[in-house]
Design a protein around this ligand. Structure first.
Ligand code: C2E
Ligand code: CA
Ligand code: CA
Length: 270
């Protein structure tokens, strides 16, 4: 744990730490059998076009429900799966399930929606990643133009050359790329210029203060304007209130995603 707080750190052992460690090991052990035990599933969170409110597509979100520990948030199990490598197989299953579920979504919603799939930096390092994406596209019959991969800037920080190569391959296949959680972390503007991006997603932490903290909303407007100057589209995430929705329409945001206009989410088991 000292190491996770940075180099040259020291911490003394206490019993509470032992419990957290055991707890984590216990959860990690359960996660490794979660796929075969069919405890993982995906939910689709709708995204809407502005100002019309028409459906644009869905973000595919991983869910885990274990019979003993119950529902575990992806904010806990995804980082765990990233650090032990399980994300590679979990990510494959999610992609497979989402692509094979596409037909069902098309028949339900009449227009083909875009599917936004979160892809972790660890998946990019897997040499089988691109061949797997190709094989799933072929097997499921989904047209790649309906697929969008959400990456975070960690993809570029860890290995910029690999990232650029893989993103270029994905673009050649016809898959859209969106930069997730924009505005958090380093948010180096050079990524916006140098990566083959289509969409920028504004993190929900910037949407939440709209209508509550004066001036915060100006950051949102600035991101939208900047992205448009660079020919990128913008999705604002975490819309819960009308005031946020109205502000985003007024400031020409392209799409919104969140609980405000949420319909029940379609759910598929993995
Ligand atoms: P994210 O990619 O930023 O996903 C958006 C998160 O914001 C989701 O949380 C979503 O449920 C939540 N959200 C969207 N709209 C609203 C809203 O109006 N209000 C509130 N309160 N929350 C909203 P979730 O599902 O807990 O996912 C958390 C994170 O876990 C994701 O953040 C993503 O980083 C990761 N994750 C989830 N599924 C996957 C996956 O399949 N693969 C990978 N690599 N990561 C995933
Ligand atoms: Ca995302
Ligand atoms: Ca996000």
């Amino acid at each position: 744990r000292a190491k996770s707080h940075g180099k040259n750190q020291m911490e003394f052992f206490d019993e509470k730490m032992q419990i957290t460690l055991e707890n984590q090991l216990n959860i990690e052990r359960k996660l490794s059998s979660a796929i075969e035990n069919k405890e993982l599933y995906i939910e689709f969170q709708p995204q809407y076009k502005l100002p019309s409110g028409e459906l644009r597509g869905f973000e595919v979100l991983a869910r885990w429900c274990n019979p003993i520990i119950g529902q575990v948030s992806p904010t806990s199990f995804i980082p765990m799966a990233e650090s032990n490598g399980l994300i590679v197989s979990i990510g494959k299953r999610i992609m497979k399930e989402a692509c094979f579920g596409f037909e069902k979504l098309v028949s339900e919603y009449k227009i083909p929606p875009t599917l936004s799939i979160n892809v972790s930096v660890v998946q990019f390092q897997d040499p089988e990643f691109i061949p797997y994406v190709k094989s799933i596209i072929e097997a499921s019959g989904i047209e790649p133009k309906y697929l969008e991969f959400e990456i975070t800037e960690s993809v570029c920080i860890t290995s910029p050359e690999v990232a650029r190569h893989i993103l270029t391959e994905l673009k050649l296949l016809g898959i859209k790329i969106s930069l997730d959680d924009f505005g958090t972390g380093y948010s180096s503007l050079s990524y916006l210029r140098t990566l083959p991006l289509d969409v920028v997603k504004i993190d929900k932490s910037f949407i939440e203060p709209i209508g509550k903290i004066p001036n915060e909303k100006n950051i949102v407007k600035t991101i939208i304007d900047m992205a448009h100057q660079l020919d990128l589209e913008v999705i604002a995430e975490g819309i819960e209130e009308k005031i946020q929705y109205d502000y985003l329409i007024q400031n020409n945001c392209d799409y919104v995603q969140g609980n405000y206009i949420g319909k029940p989410l379609p759910i598929f088991a993995l």
